[in-house]
Ligand binder design. Structure first.
Ligand code: NAD
Ligand code: LMR
Length: 338
């Protein structure tokens, strides 16, 4: 080994010994697409997470540059870089959690579904690697269109015989983060005090904020409901248009991804009462996948919560969401089964 690698390995051993002596538990986390707009700030934030002992950064470009940079941060996690397909298996072996922000982002005028042709193949390849090298890892799937990439991942895992629905989680946290922010603005509250459940999926009308279930309890006029629902559903497009061709949300997404990944790690550690929204295999509706609140535990999404009481506006929204979601799910499934 070159000296840097030797030092790194001995540091992993020291930390493993510390854990054996009752120190803090540490998890091994891989980010696939770590050199991208989301990947870089996500890698930085995960390096700052005390629950992470080992952080693997994989990309098809610039993985070593990002790794060298992040590895100088004086936080606990040991960082290693992996570049290109030949190193995918080493990047994945032994991981507890794999976060996937690999793939192309939207430009103005595009829908998330317009990304399908490129991103579906990327997600398939990465998930084949996961099935082979860390079949028991929790997977946080960020790559769009999430409504189709999660079904793609499920089919890849089924083919490999490793599918465990509780461990495959589509990341919809940014919808909740936006909903909390926009609702707090309307109510004149601190967003940290607000909790808005957002269910359905992650695209247009499939993003269904349940404003009747906001905590703290509150009520909205029909105009406020219409404004908030539209703004939450179009939050991604708002950023895509503001960036004017330079990509989609990256910084707020990295924040949201870390919020969700941290919840998954706390669940893995055995913390009680860890609840987040996520797009997951579900029997809450007649669709095979649906985003709702779930309780995260040692085996992933251990409990999937029902939708709770909906008002008329939300019931109409639910029907629209289900119609679009059904098509996106079928498209993802057929991509692998065809
Ligand atoms: P980006 O283009 O800045 O970064 C993507 C990265 O993926 C690049 O570094 C690229 O090299 C890498 N990549 C491409 N093919 C790869 C492969 N086969 N293996 C590993 N890495 C590969 O894009 P971004 O802004 O970071 O967005 C990434 C994805 O996340 C997009 O699909 C975007 O639509 C999606 N996204 C999802 C949400 C959400 O809420 N779920 C939010 C924002 C963006
Ligand atoms: C978002 O919600 O910001 C992401 O899904 C990216 C996009 O294309 O809008």
């Amino acid at each position: 080994h070159p000296p840097v690698l030797q030092m790194e390995e001995s540091s992993v051993l020291r930390r493993a010994n510390c854990r054996a002596k009752g120190g803090a538990p540490g998890f091994k986390v891989a980010i696939l697409g770590a050199a991208g707009g989301i990947g870089q700030p996500l890698a930085m934030l995960m390096k700052m997470n005390p629950l992470v002992s080992v952080l693997h950064l994989y990309d098809v470009v610039n993985a070593h540059g990002v790794t060298a940079d992040i590895s100088h941060m004086d936080t606990g996690a040991v960082v290693r870089g992996f570049l290109g397909q030949p190193q995918l298996e080493s990047a994945l072996t032994g991981m507890d959690l794999v976060i996937i922000p690999a793939g192309v982002p939207r430009k103005p005028g595009m829908t998330r579904d317009d990304l399908f042709n490129i991103n579906a193949g990327i997600v398939r390849t990465l998930c084949e690697g996961i099935a082979k090298c860390c079949p028991n890892a929790i997977v946080n799937l960020i790559s769009n269109p999430v409504n189709s990439t999660v079904p793609i991942a499920a089919e890849v895992f089924k083919k490999a015989g490793t599918y465990e629905p509780k461990r495959l989680l589509g990341v919809t946290t940014l919808d909740v983060v936006r909903a909390n922010t926009f609702v707090a603005e309307v109510l004149g509250l601190d967003p940290r005090e607000v909790d808005v459940p957002v269910v359905g999926g992650h695209s247009g009308v499939t993003i269904l904020p349940l404003l009747s279930q906001v905590k703290p309890p509150c009520s909205f006029t029909p105009e406020e409901t219409e404004y908030l629902t539209n703004r939450i559903q179009n939050g991604g497009t708002e950023v895509v248009e503001a960036k004017a061709g330079a990509g989609s949300a990256t910084l707020s997404m990295a924040y949201a991804a870390v919020k969700f990944a941290d919840a998954c790690l706390r669940g893995l550690r055995g913390d009680a009462g860890v609840v987040e929204c996520t797009f997951v295999a579900s029997q809450v509706t007649e669709l095979p996948f649906f985003a709702t609140k779930v309780r995260l535990g040692r085996s992933g999404a251990e409990e999937i919560y029902q939708l709770g009481p909906l008002n008329e506006y939300e019931r109409v929204g639910l029907e629209k969401a289900k119609e679009e979601l059904a098509g996106s799910i079928t498209k993802g499934v057929s991509f692998i089964r065809k």
